[in-house]
Design a protein around this ligand. Structure first.
Ligand SMILES: Nc1ncnc2c1ncn2[C@@H]1O[C@H](COP(=O)(O)OP(=O)(O)OP(=O)(O)O)[C@@H](O)[C@H]1O
Length: 316
């Protein structure tokens, strides 16, 4: 096992016990999302794993060796682990290329140059090699920091919200190149995000945190289809949530229905269209059924009175 967290306890302050008996295992070469709403403990967990914080109890074992916090280890960080936090920590008077090459040996300068070039391509900054970081946007600095972390070929890369500062098209480009690169090099990636939708296609596993508790740890498909609770379902975007009573009124077998799982049918329950709005790839509709408002997506604009059914194949 690459990383093992056993019975971890941690609190920032005595009145706020964030992690209470937290356990997690990370295998080699896996791409894992650390998901959960703001404040659930994602950054704190990454900092604990990297050795920037002292745990109150329990152990974090990386490649068979315990990670010691700052009290016992003055220089945090392991050779085979890198963290890219939300402050990018670049050398201000060195160029982008020098920053990326900071940890690469100077023994073979030609090989170093090639490696830096390869990493700049991964993060889409080939043209910025000779620029100083201060002339870069926050998102670009973030990418330099990711390239520098990749340069040491870590066994485990921890990324804290790596796409938070990027516009949509940059995000799509970086995402694909980064995820392919880490898989190819067998680097385990633990990436914190509150926009799980954006990374689903690349994930082996999703770990969901809720107020410091690990509440679900499955692959993306299982997490999406059988979310542990409404909090998990909501991480995937809009979802219709039914109480136990409503579940029986609607004769449903599960509590969470995504908008695309509700379909127009010739029979089924009658519904009134409250509003229908163009949303790009579909129309976003609010409908009212049995005094409950539901969101459903349709290919065309809808109005008036309709009949709906709940997609059968997703029922479990
Ligand atoms: N230095 C600190 N001192 C005291 N409390 C802190 C500190 N850092 C974080 N916290 C608290 O610990 C909890 C977890 O914070 P953390 O930053 O780990 O969450 P997060 O899931 O990464 O959030 P975000 O997605 O907003 O970055 C929050 O309640 C936060 O207010």
């Amino acid at each position: 096992m690459l990383l093992e967290i056993n019975n971890l306890f941690f609190s920032h302050s005595p009145e706020n016990n964030l992690f209470r008996n937290f356990n997690l295992k990370v295998e080699e070469g896996k791409t894992i999302a650390l998901a959960g709403e703001s404040g659930c403990g994602k950054s704190t967990l990454l900092n604990l794993i990297y050795g920037l914080l002292d745990s109150d109890k329990g152990e974090i074992i990386f490649q068979g060796k315990p990670i010691l916090g700052p009290k016992k280890n003055l220089v945090p960080g392991e050779d085979d682990m890198k963290l890219v936090a939300q402050n990018y920590d670049l050398m201000p008077y060195s160029t982008v290329a020098e920053n990326v090459g900071k940890f690469i040996s100077n023994i073979n300068l030609e090989a170093k140059k090639e490696k830096v070039q390869e990493l700049l391509t991964v993060v889409g900054l080939e043209e910025y090699a000779s620029i100083l970081p201060k002339y870069l946007s926050g998102g670009q600095q973030q990418r330099v920091s990711i390239a520098r972390a990749l340069s040491v070929m870590p066994k485990l890369l921890l990324l804290d919200e790596p796409f938070s500062n990027l516009d949509f098209s940059r995000k799509i480009e970086l995402r694909e190149r980064l995820f392919r690169y880490v898989k190819e090099k067998n680097i385990s990636l633990l990436i914190s995000t509150h926009e799980i939708q954006e990374v689903i296609p690349w994930l082996d596993q999703i770990i969901v945190l809720q107020e410091g508790r690990l509440i679900q740890n499955n692959n993306a498909e299982e997490t999406y289809n059988t979310p542990y609770n409404a909090y998990v379902a909501k991480l995937f975007g809009e979802v219709n949530i039914f109480s136990e009573d409503e579940k029986s009124i609607f004769d449903l077998s599960k509590n969470f229905w995504y908008p695309h799982e509700i379909k127009i049918s010739t029979t089924g329950k009658e519904a009134k269209v409250v509003e229908s709005r163009f949303a790009g790839s579909h129309f976003w509709n609010k409908i009212s059924v049995e005094d409950k408002n539901l969101i459903m997506y349709t290919p065309e604009k809808i109005e008036g009175s309709i009949h709906i059914e709940f997609e059968k194949k997703k029922e479990k």
